[in-house]
Design a protein around this ligand. Structure first.
Ligand SMILES: [Zn+2]
Length: 303
């Protein structure tokens, strides 16, 4: 069977491309555009917009992305020139490797080709002169968002991953430069996610300690603190994850020192949260251990 490449969409109206994406099960939402190269953003902020032609036009951003046809038709009837935001992560089943040549991404990509190999896959040329390599995520795979770093390989200048909770601007949207995002001919669909874009599997560790006693007020308080700190780590923004992990480990360490929590329960909860946030196992373990040690040196009891 011959499958048409997505490059047939390069000369379409944005709404036609958006409909083609939702037909593939890829949720979309409208993004702002510029009417002329380097012109003001079409959003309310106009010339003072800090991300012209790159941000969602709708409240809720990525969470408003949909595969609902009537919704999509309404949006692009309202904003015919709007770009197309395509969400990445489990909902679309897509992860995108963003190659930014201004930060050395082309060299990093060449190095990857020479070392681990890069499968032929659905690729868009971005309006900024870079490339978006699209990959298909398997059901059990979770791909973090990273900048300048790859999960299995570490530092990678100019290579970012858009995974869970992220999005890319898809062809034929226009870019601030006046260039459009365009599909490269040749590949009809995304290749399976290569191993070097996957999070290394976790070393085995003791089973999670499930239940904290739910009895007294002080026990409920301690359980709530543990949950709150783990949530803060899991949802920390990139660049603040290590600091947050250290702060949370310290705070919980004071309770371990006071005998209100076990070291095991805290370590397990924080490690889970840190890996969810996209931190590496080794770095996370080290941060947790040092934060806990410092906190335990200042024990705090709950009455
Ligand atoms: Zn704007």
């Amino acid at each position: 069977m011959v499958v048409a490449g997505l490059d047939v969409l390069n000369d379409c109206q944005p709404v036609e491309a958006a409909l083609a994406y939702i037909a593939r099960g890829w949720p979309v939402f409208p993004v702002a555009w510029v009417a002329s190269p380097d012109g003001p953003c079409a959003c309310r902020s106009g010339a003072s917009c800090t991300h012209p032609a790159k941000h969602p036009l709708v409240p809720g951003g990525t969470s408003s992305a949909t595969t609902d046809r009537s919704h999509v038709l309404d949006w692009w009837r309202h904003w015919p020139a709007a770009g197309i935001g395509l969400i990445t992560g489990a909902r679309s089943g897509l992860a995108v490797l963003d190659v930014d040549p201004r930060h050395g991404g082309s060299g990093s990509l060449d190095a990857l080709r020479a070392s681990v190999g890069v499968p032929a896959t659905l690729t868009a040329q971005t309006g900024g002169g870079g490339q978006h390599l699209y990959f298909a995520i398997g059901d059990a795979q979770r791909v973090p968002n990273t900048a300048g770093r790859l999960p299995a390989l570490g530092e990678a200048a100019g290579l970012d991953i858009r995974g869970e909770g992220g999005y890319v601007v898809a062809p034929p949207s226009s870019h601030l430069s006046g260039n459009r995002y365009l599909w490269l001919a040749g590949t009809a669909g995304p290749a399976p996610l290569p191993a070097w874009l996957q999070r290394p599997s976790r070393p085995p560790r003791p089973a999670r300690q499930v239940s904290l006693p739910a009895g007294s007020a002080s026990e409920r308080y301690v359980a709530a603190v543990l949950r709150r700190e783990a949530d803060a780590v899991a949802s920390a923004a990139e660049g603040q994850r290590s600091d947050q992990l250290n702060r949370s480990a310290f705070a919980l360490g004071t309770l371990v020192g006071g005998g209100a929590l076990t070291l095991d329960a805290v370590t397990t909860a924080l490690l889970d949260a840190a890996l969810d946030a996209g931190l590496g196992y080794t770095e996370a373990s080290r941060t947790i251990a040092s934060g806990l040690r410092a906190g335990m040196a200042r024990p705090r009891s709950v009455i």
